[in-house]
Unconditional design. Structure first.
Length: 210
């Protein structure tokens, strides 16, 4: 008889929603250059994991008179936007950093023009890591060439004593998923200075995008 999930002799906890870490490369710039001083977004409150849709083609044939629609899968996985909610820590000032990056994307023409460096280049790679009880990565999704399509600086309310949050919705060109190969509570850095992944990491690249 197979042991149940909670009664089996397991050595690791299941993945828990509250154990995660978010990093945004572009925020590593010093504060006086418009960054947050570190890529680690320790003030992340909630974040979606990637959502992938496989569009099915031909379903509308039924409504065009076909009794047996010739449905088939699409040619490309559809990446859905993900939402990230961040608490504004004030020091450093998140809203100021985000506005500085948008201004940098103006290319000298002034906000709100986007005629300079792309936002994808300014923000760099966005990483969402799920951690175990020891703080080791058990799963990491990298959003490649992410673009913030919505930045909501929240609202103010005298009757609400909760923290102010900033909500960002990201679109992205591709994702890369990494998991540790070792079944122990250790984790070596997933990429060295050349960007190459070590032997202890399984990497899944989608769409063949590097």
């Amino acid at each position: 008889m197979t042991a149940g999930f909670w009664t089996s002799d397991r050595t690791r906890d299941p993945a828990m929603k509250y154990r995660f870490r978010v990093t945004i490369d572009g925020l590593a710039l010093p504060e006086d250059q418009g960054g947050m001083g570190s890529p680690v977004v320790w003030y992340a409150k909630t974040v979606d994991k990637p959502k992938l849709n496989n569009p099915i083609l031909g379903k509308d044939e039924y409504y065009l008179g076909s009794w047996l629609p010739d449905i088939h899968q699409g040619d490309l996985i559809d990446f859905q936007p993900i939402t990230m909610t961040l608490v504004d820590p004030v020091e450093p000032h998140l809203a100021k950093s985000l506005m500085s990056m948008l201004a940098a994307a103006s290319g000298g023409y002034g906000f709100p023009r986007l005629a300079g460096p792309s936002l994808a280049d300014l923000f760099g790679t966005v990483r969402v890591e799920q951690l175990d009880a020891y703080g080791n990565m058990i799963e990491m999704f990298e959003l490649l060439q992410p673009i913030p399509v919505s930045i909501d600086f929240g609202d103010l309310d005298y009757s609400d004593g909760s923290m102010t949050t900033v909500t960002i919705v990201w679109e992205y060109k591709n994702i890369r998923m990494s998991t540790p190969k070792l079944a122990v509570n250790t984790f070596t850095e997933c990429a060295d200075s050349t960007g190459e992944y070590g032997p202890d990491i399984d990497v899944l690249k989608v769409r063949g995008f590097n």
